[in-house]
Write a protein that binds this ligand. Structure first.
Ligand code: KE4
Length: 419
């Protein structure tokens, strides 16, 4: 069966034919291809067409697909049983590995998705401080728990309003533009005693990649400390990607709580939240803040994640960052030569090519980019075997599996694009 046939069948079985809205490729006016194989830097669809991957499952596969060490660890784990619903060594070993790289996570808890991690971290922040309100940034995406679906980024930015989310639930969600410290200050001036936490993507990846401006993260740290609120870094994308110790290592700011996902599962469903011991001990069964999960600490995900983190410590992050910069500089130069203004945002192995003649520092500016031009670009890159995220407001990822030849082929495809 080809992709078209699978999609036609999928449309009868799943809303929009997908299990996550971005995959429907609506934002690039296209249809999904169905993938049946992935190895290294490549994907193959059900028709045998090969793509150079820049999505990598939306972030987890920083080593590329089927890294032999990660694969072997997952296989070995499956051979010992795929789920116990009981404590297992793998969860302790992965937690130890995470703590080594992100020391601010003195204690942590494993869950099964980024959504669960942020949802639980927010509940913990509220339980710990005894306060209900929290600050989130417009265009930041923290998964799809109700409280975060106010001005959320990623696919949620396209949904008008938040049907299904009671007004009362988001009435405690205070919004600010990303990089606008003054707006956060105003929230603290008005409701400082009621604010449990500020949650932020320390380098935003869900309105396109948007870098924190100098002083922004430090300013958040200071405001939270001053007002007794917790600072939560949502590092579901940035954890182990921007640096082995995540954005908090790269920018030198320590949050009270951190949420993780994606990379720490080595491609298996996972999430994790953690931070200061004193705060984490508010979680049940020690404290009263409830959270639980049938598959939390799943032994296969734990084994794959641990192998992934160990392998990443042997990898040369600065070299990949430099190679990614050379790639994106050239991609931008090619587009400019075609008369398209481009602004490139890059941090480590994450980047976004904005069709814009101005820098993008927040959601308003991201919304002003020419996403129709991006859609044209995306479709022609796909036709030439380059798989970019199917939305202009997402970031692309390079991996340690990409060769220079893959980058050169990508540039060749970009040169052939016509607007
Ligand atoms: P999951 O529940 O999808 O595992 O993680 C939610 C999440 C939390 N925090 C951040 C910063 C995230 O980026 C995400 C999920 N990211 C999206 C796209 N960037 C995943 C892809 C999708 O929704 O299909």
């Amino acid at each position: 069966m080809d992709s078209k046939s699978f999609y036609a069948k999928a449309l009868t079985l799943m809303p929009g034919g997908v299990n996550s809205p971005l995959r429907a490729c609506k934002y690039v006016h296209s249809e999904p291809v169905f993938i049946e194989n992935a190895k290294g830097a490549y994907l193959w669809d059900v028709e045998g067409r090969k793509y150079i991957d820049y999505v990598f499952s939306w972030g987890p596969m920083l080593l590329g697909h089927q890294d032999p060490v990660v694969n072997a660890a997952a296989h070995a784990a499956v051979d010992h049983g795929s789920s116990y619903g009981a404590s297992c060594p793998g969860e302790v070993l992965l937690a130890e590995e995470i703590q080594k790289l992100i020391p601010s996570m003195e204690m942590m808890r494993m869950v099964s998705s980024g959504t669960e991690a942020t949802m639980s971290a927010l509940r913990l922040a509220r339980g710990y401080t005894g306060r209900d309100k929290f600050v989130k940034f417009i265009g930041n995406y923290h998964g799809h728990a109700d409280a975060f679906l106010a001005a959320a980024g990623s696919a949620a930015s396209i949904v008008p309003g938040t049907p299904g989310v009671p007004e009362a639930v988001i009435s405690h969600t205070l919004l600010a533009q990303y990089n606008d410290l003054e707006a956060v200050k105003r929230h603290f001036e008005e409701s400082g005693d009621d604010i449990a936490c500020v949650i932020v993507e320390p380098c935003a990846g869900n309105m396109g990649l948007v870098l924190p401006e100098d002083g922004f993260l430090q300013g958040l740290r200071d405001l939270c400390t001053e007002h007794g609120a917790l600072l939560i870094f949502d590092e579901v994308i940035t954890g182990f990607r921007l640096a082995p110790g995540g954005a908090q290592e790269r920018y030198g700011i320590t949050p009270d709580l951190t949420t993780l996902g994606k990379i720490i599962g080595g491609g298996f469903p996972v999430g994790c939240f953690g931070g200061k011991r004193e705060i984490m001990e508010y979680m049940a069964p020690v404290g009263g803040v409830f959270q639980a999960g049938t598959l939390s600490g799943n032994p296969v995900a734990m084994a794959a994640g641990r192998a992934m983190l160990q392998r990443l410590q042997e990898c040369d992050y600065p070299a990949l960052e430099a190679r990614t910069k050379a790639l994106t500089d050239e991609m931008a130069a090619i587009l400019r030569a075609k008369g398209k203004p481009v602004y490139v945002a890059q941090a480590g192995s994450a980047f976004t090519l904005y069709f814009s003649d101005r820098p993008v520092t927040n959601m308003v500016e991201s919304g002003q980019c020419d996403y129709d031009a991006f859609a044209v670009y995306w479709r022609q890159m796909m036709d030439r075997g380059v798989y970019l995220a199917p939305a202009g407001f997402e970031c692309a990822f390079t991996s340690f599996a990409h060769s220079d030849e893959d980058f050169e082929k990508t540039l060749e495809a970009a040169r052939a694009v016509e607007f």
